[in-house]
Ligand binder design. Structure first.
Ligand SMILES: Nc1nc2c(ncn2[C@@H]2O[C@H](COP(=O)(O)OP(=O)(O)OP(=O)(O)O)[C@@H](O)[C@H]2O)c(=O)[nH]1
Length: 350
């Protein structure tokens, strides 16, 4: 990442495409642009003898610089956003009232809607802009602001007000369409993640989903139950592939049903299922495998006019601080195949 990007992400670049990182980036960008404008304008105001305006602008530049430091240490973009927008509202009212440098203060007011709507969203942003517009009307029409000076044409005030309202309207439409498309993007991403991690036939986690969950778990100890359907090829050969598919989907439901809280079930491969349970002893895990095995053994599978039975073999292994995930899977696999060799329809543990 280039240096200037790192500066705006304030080190929060690990998830550069996350909403948080994007907000940190933009708040920091607003603050930096703020410094780049207020500091030179403040210095030039001081130079031209506009002491109060100069001090105000330099103070805001200082505030925005501090904001960058605050953001760098906390990454709290919402508090930081307030530090950007509220001084900006006050500065704008001040500029409208005093006229700023040579009476040009009002030209800066048009940057407010975009910043307010981005930082505080459509609803809160519009409410705040409503209050600001009210302040604008009071300052321009009911106070002795610089607009009383004869240099201004009387229509200027109403033109400023209407053009400001138009900018609010256009910025609100833009913000609305942006937030809609962001929302849709988030929903689509969530759906895609779900599809990528789910087995379409059984609706259990697929291998990738299971690995992600196991690798991301905070538990240091859990038990793996690896199950394989006995002689599944015969089901396909005898009743056809559709019946085989139905049987796998049914098995998924039977396996999922008795899982304790926090338990995970996945379709690990063709006719293999991997279950993970935690917060229990190895004996509990063994008993769970046995109860699923018996449930399957007693279950009659019915598909149209076909009726048949199936059995499962299980290998159970425990993952703890001495074994890695991969080693535990291999261990469960070895035990599963020793259950197969011993005659199938049984559970093996260590
Ligand atoms: N219908 C269906 N069959 C599948 C699916 N995935 C794998 N299979 C079948 O599962 C069968 C697995 O056969 P094998 O590995 O020989 O094992 P088995 O017949 O179950 O015998 P053992 O495991 O030794 O007890 C193969 O016939 C695969 O075609 C699937 O998604 N649907």
């Amino acid at each position: 990442m280039s240096t200037w990007l790192t500066f705006f992400y304030v080190g929060k670049n690990e998830g550069a495409f996350s909403e948080d990182a994007r907000r940190v980036f933009i708040v920091n960008l607003f603050a930096t642009v703020g410094v780049l404008f207020t500091l030179p304008l403040g210095l030039s105001s001081l130079y031209e003898g506009e002491v109060v305006l100069g001090v105000v602008l330099i103070f805001i530049a200082f505030l925005y610089s501090m904001n960058h430091i605050y953001l760098r240490y906390t990454h709290n973009h919402s508090v930081s956003g307030n530090f950007v927008i509220y001084p900006l509202y006050i500065l704008m009212v001040y500029l409208i009232y005093t006229g700023g440098v040579h009476g040009t203060g009002h030209v800066w007011v048009y940057c407010l809607p975009a910043v307010a709507l981005f930082l505080h969203g459509l609803k809160r942003g519009l409410i705040e802009l409503g209050f600001f517009t009210l302040a604008l009307v009071i300052v321009m029409f009911f106070m002795d602001s610089h607009f009383v000076e004869p240099d201004y044409h009387p229509t200027l005030k109403s033109r400023i007000l209407f053009s400001f309202l138009v900018v609010i309207f256009l910025s609100a439409i833009y913000e609305y369409s942006m937030s809609r498309s962001n929302q849709e993007l988030k929903e689509t991403t969530a759906k895609l993640k779900l599809v990528a991690n789910t087995d379409a036939l059984t609706e259990l986690l697929n291998r990738r989903g299971m690995m992600q969950r196991l690798e991301g778990t905070t538990y240091t100890s859990y038990h793996l139950l690896l199950a394989d359907v006995d002689f599944f090829k015969r089901i396909n050969d005898e009743y056809g592939h559709d019946v085989g598919d139905y049987a796998l989907a049914e098995l998924g439901k039977i396996i999922q049903k008795p899982l304790p809280k926090g338990g995970l079930a996945s379709r690990w491969g063709g006719e293999e299922f991997l279950v993970a349970v935690c917060d229990c002893t190895e004996l509990d895990a063994f008993n769970l495998a046995e109860s699923i095995r018996q449930e399957v053994e007693e279950h009659e599978f019915v598909y149209l006019d076909q009726k048949f039975r199936m059995t499962l073999s299980f290998g159970v292994a425990t993952m703890n601080e001495f074994t890695s995930l991969r080693e535990t899977i291999t261990l469960a696999d070895n035990r599963l195949y020793s259950a197969k060799r011993a005659g199938r329809n049984q559970t093996r543990k260590g």
